[in-house]
Write a protein that binds this ligand. Structure first.
Ligand SMILES: [Zn+2]
Length: 128
Protein backbone atom coordinates (compact mmCIF):
# COMPACT_ATOMS: atom_id res chain seq x y z
CA UNK A 1 0.00 0.00 0.00
CA UNK A 2 1.38 3.35 -1.01
CA UNK A 3 0.62 6.41 0.99
CA UNK A 4 1.18 9.58 -0.92
CA UNK A 5 2.63 12.35 1.15
CA UNK A 6 0.04 14.92 1.90
CA UNK A 7 -3.56 14.96 0.81
CA UNK A 8 -4.99 13.21 -2.20
CA UNK A 9 -7.60 15.54 -3.58
CA UNK A 10 -9.22 16.36 -6.86
CA UNK A 11 -5.74 17.40 -7.94
CA UNK A 12 -4.71 13.78 -8.15
CA UNK A 13 -4.43 12.61 -11.74
CA UNK A 14 -4.18 8.99 -12.69
CA UNK A 15 -2.83 7.51 -15.87
CA UNK A 16 -2.76 3.74 -15.83
CA UNK A 17 -1.15 1.35 -18.30
CA UNK A 18 -2.76 -2.07 -18.11
CA UNK A 19 -2.54 -3.73 -14.69
CA UNK A 20 0.53 -3.00 -12.69
CA UNK A 21 1.37 -0.19 -15.02
CA UNK A 22 2.30 3.25 -14.06
CA UNK A 23 0.34 5.76 -12.08
CA UNK A 24 1.18 9.41 -11.99
CA UNK A 25 -0.23 11.28 -9.04
CA UNK A 26 -0.14 15.04 -9.04
CA UNK A 27 -0.88 17.45 -6.24
CA UNK A 28 -0.49 21.19 -6.23
CA UNK A 29 3.04 20.99 -4.86
CA UNK A 30 4.09 17.36 -5.15
CA UNK A 31 4.20 15.03 -8.10
CA UNK A 32 5.32 11.43 -7.97
CA UNK A 33 5.30 8.36 -10.14
CA UNK A 34 4.16 5.00 -8.79
CA UNK A 35 5.04 1.88 -10.72
CA UNK A 36 2.56 -0.72 -9.50
CA UNK A 37 3.42 -4.40 -9.11
CA UNK A 38 5.53 -4.86 -12.24
CA UNK A 39 6.63 -8.30 -11.11
CA UNK A 40 7.38 -11.59 -12.84
CA UNK A 41 4.21 -13.37 -11.76
CA UNK A 42 2.05 -10.65 -13.30
CA UNK A 43 3.78 -10.73 -16.69
CA UNK A 44 3.59 -12.83 -19.81
CA UNK A 45 7.29 -12.05 -20.25
CA UNK A 46 8.13 -14.28 -17.27
CA UNK A 47 5.25 -16.73 -17.79
CA UNK A 48 3.86 -15.53 -14.50
CA UNK A 49 1.26 -17.51 -12.59
CA UNK A 50 -1.14 -14.56 -12.73
CA UNK A 51 0.07 -12.91 -15.94
CA UNK A 52 -1.87 -10.03 -17.43
CA UNK A 53 -2.45 -9.91 -21.18
CA UNK A 54 -0.12 -7.54 -22.97
CA UNK A 55 2.69 -7.70 -20.41
CA UNK A 56 5.27 -8.89 -22.89
CA UNK A 57 8.84 -7.69 -23.36
CA UNK A 58 7.69 -4.57 -25.24
CA UNK A 59 5.42 -3.60 -22.35
CA UNK A 60 8.16 -4.01 -19.76
CA UNK A 61 10.54 -1.99 -21.95
CA UNK A 62 7.95 0.77 -22.26
CA UNK A 63 7.52 0.90 -18.48
CA UNK A 64 11.31 1.04 -18.01
CA UNK A 65 11.83 3.72 -20.65
CA UNK A 66 9.00 5.91 -19.45
CA UNK A 67 10.02 5.54 -15.82
CA UNK A 68 13.58 6.51 -16.76
CA UNK A 69 12.36 9.60 -18.62
CA UNK A 70 10.18 10.66 -15.70
CA UNK A 71 13.08 10.16 -13.27
CA UNK A 72 15.36 12.23 -15.51
CA UNK A 73 12.67 14.91 -15.54
CA UNK A 74 12.92 15.06 -11.76
CA UNK A 75 9.91 13.08 -10.64
CA UNK A 76 10.40 10.84 -7.61
CA UNK A 77 9.77 7.20 -8.56
CA UNK A 78 8.12 4.67 -6.26
CA UNK A 79 7.33 1.03 -6.85
CA UNK A 80 4.91 -1.31 -5.17
CA UNK A 81 5.52 -5.03 -4.73
CA UNK A 82 2.93 -7.72 -4.15
CA UNK A 83 4.50 -9.99 -1.52
CA UNK A 84 2.78 -13.03 0.00
CA UNK A 85 3.84 -15.84 2.32
CA UNK A 86 3.41 -19.21 0.61
CA UNK A 87 0.54 -20.09 2.95
CA UNK A 88 -1.41 -16.94 2.08
CA UNK A 89 -5.15 -17.26 2.65
CA UNK A 90 -5.98 -15.96 -0.84
CA UNK A 91 -4.20 -18.83 -2.64
CA UNK A 92 -6.51 -21.61 -3.81
CA UNK A 93 -3.82 -24.14 -2.99
CA UNK A 94 -4.37 -23.41 0.69
CA UNK A 95 -8.05 -24.44 0.51
CA UNK A 96 -8.71 -28.14 0.02
CA UNK A 97 -10.92 -28.89 -2.97
CA UNK A 98 -10.81 -25.35 -4.35
CA UNK A 99 -9.46 -24.20 -7.69
CA UNK A 100 -8.10 -20.94 -9.01
CA UNK A 101 -10.66 -18.14 -9.18
CA UNK A 102 -13.20 -19.87 -6.96
CA UNK A 103 -14.78 -17.40 -4.53
CA UNK A 104 -15.11 -18.07 -0.82
CA UNK A 105 -16.42 -16.04 2.10
CA UNK A 106 -13.66 -14.64 4.24
CA UNK A 107 -14.52 -12.39 7.15
CA UNK A 108 -18.02 -12.06 5.67
CA UNK A 109 -16.71 -10.81 2.34
CA UNK A 110 -16.12 -12.47 -1.00
CA UNK A 111 -12.54 -13.54 -1.58
CA UNK A 112 -11.29 -14.69 -4.97
CA UNK A 113 -8.87 -17.57 -4.63
CA UNK A 114 -5.80 -16.78 -6.71
CA UNK A 115 -3.12 -19.00 -8.10
CA UNK A 116 -0.07 -18.70 -5.85
CA UNK A 117 1.78 -15.60 -6.98
CA UNK A 118 4.44 -13.20 -5.77
CA UNK A 119 5.50 -15.57 -3.03
CA UNK A 120 8.15 -13.98 -0.82
CA UNK A 121 11.72 -14.48 -1.97
CA UNK A 122 10.81 -16.16 -5.26
CA UNK A 123 11.63 -14.99 -8.78
CA UNK A 124 7.93 -14.38 -9.41
CA UNK A 125 7.90 -11.72 -6.70
CA UNK A 126 10.88 -9.82 -8.08
CA UNK A 127 10.26 -6.36 -9.44
CA UNK A 128 11.31 -6.28 -13.10
ZN1 LIG B 1 -1.19 -10.80 -4.58
Amino acid sequence: MIHLAGRTTAWVLFFTLVLGGMVIAAQPTKIGVIVVDVQGDFTKLKNGSLAVDGTDEAYIKAVEENTKKLKEAGFPIYATQDWHPKNHVSFFTNHKGKKAFDVIKLGGKDQVLWPPHCVQNTSGAEIL
